[in-house]
Design a protein around this ligand. Structure first.
Ligand code: CO8
Length: 376
């Protein structure tokens, strides 16, 4: 009789929207908007009543962030200087919601890769940065669409939602409350990004990922042992979104910047890098593991410079793309899905016994580490 339950990652899945925006396209549209704004407000700018806007630049974006393109669910209205935000048909209550739809694609792919029937899954967690609605939970909608007899709920820990979801799922397994839990992260970040803000218009992209966390006793032969999970939060206003039903914007200000993503990017960079690097090193020490022996780091994909610094502190040398793969260049920052995309696309080549780290960090501040070892 098995007395302990060991959580493992059985499989992962990824949905990538078909449309993508290059930096050239993004900057051309932003600069057209800036020119329009400055022309329309020429007299007020001249009088000092309105501030003139400045052009964005492809060179700055690539140098400051490492981002070259991002996928989106609705490209044309984002690039249209008159709208500069995504638009979609409102769905009826009988239709699948957008987050459930893309989460479901990633979830089905995950179950297929694990050779798992949905009826064997006990729970669904929808772990993402911003929910499409407060209730009913997107997780329950996905649960229903998959035909799972169990439970589901939504959880939001911004960029760390997926790792917090993995620990929650792992804890259910450890406690014997579930044997198979799907953690789904549909990130439609384009809806809460301010595409008119020069400082941040280039940062985010849309995607959905899924992770199947299971008891080792039922896992497929090829899986990843979860060696440890560790979570941390420290309050900060440096990444913030004030959208909510207690502070709805006036209709004429429906896309008001204060209800969209805002950040102090420099402060985030300076404060989060040391916090996360130390957290990884401390957790490795608890596991009696030399962090420099980690075969691969699948880090949160927010900024190439941040990842370079964190990887260097953990591995003791500048990491190459094999040691710390980047998906930021083509996906942009996909919030909680970033480290899972990196893992999904860059883990098949590792050998049995190799150890690695999935790590997230972002708003809250929040950070999560998941140390894993491949079992092949
Ligand atoms: N084009 C040209 N120049 C620009 C642009 C632009 N687009 N933007 C800014 N500049 C200029 C500035 O005006 C400034 O000029 P000056 O020196 O004359 O004042 C200069 O460039 C430098 O600006 P910054 O100091 O802002 O630039 P940085 O080098 O710091 O780079 C970054 C900015 C890329 C934002 C960088 O600070 C960064 O990546 N920081 C980390 C950010 C981060 O990791 N954030 C986490 C967010 S993820 C999260 O948790 C949110 C979850 C919710 C998801 C929400 C989805 C929408």
């Amino acid at each position: 009789m098995q007395l302990t339950h060991r959580p493992v990652i059985s499989a992962t899945g990824l949905f990538t929207p078909s449309e993508s925006i290059s930096n050239d396209e993004l900057v051309a549209s932003f600069n057209a908007y800036v020119d329009q704004h400055n022309e329309r407000n020429a007299a007020a700018i001249e009088a000092g009543d309105v501030e003139a806007l400045s052009h964005s630049s492809v060179e700055f974006i690539e140098k400051a962030s490492g981002i070259k393109a991002r996928h989106v669910m609705s490209k044309e209205p984002v690039l249209n200087p008159d709208t500069m935000s995504p638009r979609w048909q409102e769905r009826t209550n009988d239709e699948l919601s957008m987050m459930a739809e893309i989460g479901l694609i990633a979830a089905k792919q995950t179950l297929k890769r694990a050779g798992r029937d949905a009826s064997d899954v006990d729970a669904v967690l929808c772990a993402a940065s911003n929910m499409e609605r407060p209730y009913p939970a997107m997780a329950i909608e996905i649960q229903q669409a998959l035909g799972i007899d169990g439970f589901g709920f939504d959880m939001n820990v911004a960029c760390s939602s997926a790792t917090f979801g993995i620990q929650t799922a792992a804890d259910y397994v450890r406690a014997g409350n579930a044997k198979s839990v799907l953690v789904v992260s549909p990130e439609i970040t384009s809806g809460h990004l301010n595409w008119r803000d020069r400082d941040s218009h280039f940062i985010f992209g849309d995607v959905a990922t899924a992770v199947l966390v299971e008891d080792a006793a039922i896992a497929p032969a090829q899986h990843w042992d979860i060696l440890s999970t560790k979570l941390k939060t420290v309050f900060s206003n440096n990444i913030r979104n004030n959208f909510g039903f207690l502070n709805r914007a006036a209709p004429e200000n429906a896309e008001g910047a204060d209800k969209l993503f805002v950040q102090e990017g420099r402060k985030v960079f300076k404060e989060v890098v040391p916090m996360v690097a130390q957290m990884i090193i401390d957790e490795a020490e608890k596991l009696q593991m030399d962090p420099t022996t980690l075969r691969r780091l699948w880090l949160h994909q927010a900024n190439a410079g941040m990842n370079r610094l964190i990887a260097q502190r953990v591995l003791g040398h500048e990491a190459n793309d094999d040691e710390s793969p980047t998906v930021l260049d083509t996906y942009g920052n996909t919030s909680s899905a970033g480290s899972i995309i990196a893992f999904h696309l860059n883990s098949d080549d590792l050998s049995g016994g190799d150890t690695g780290l999935i790590c997230s960090f972002g708003a809250g501040y929040s950070a999560g580490t998941v140390f894993v070892r491949k079992v092949a």
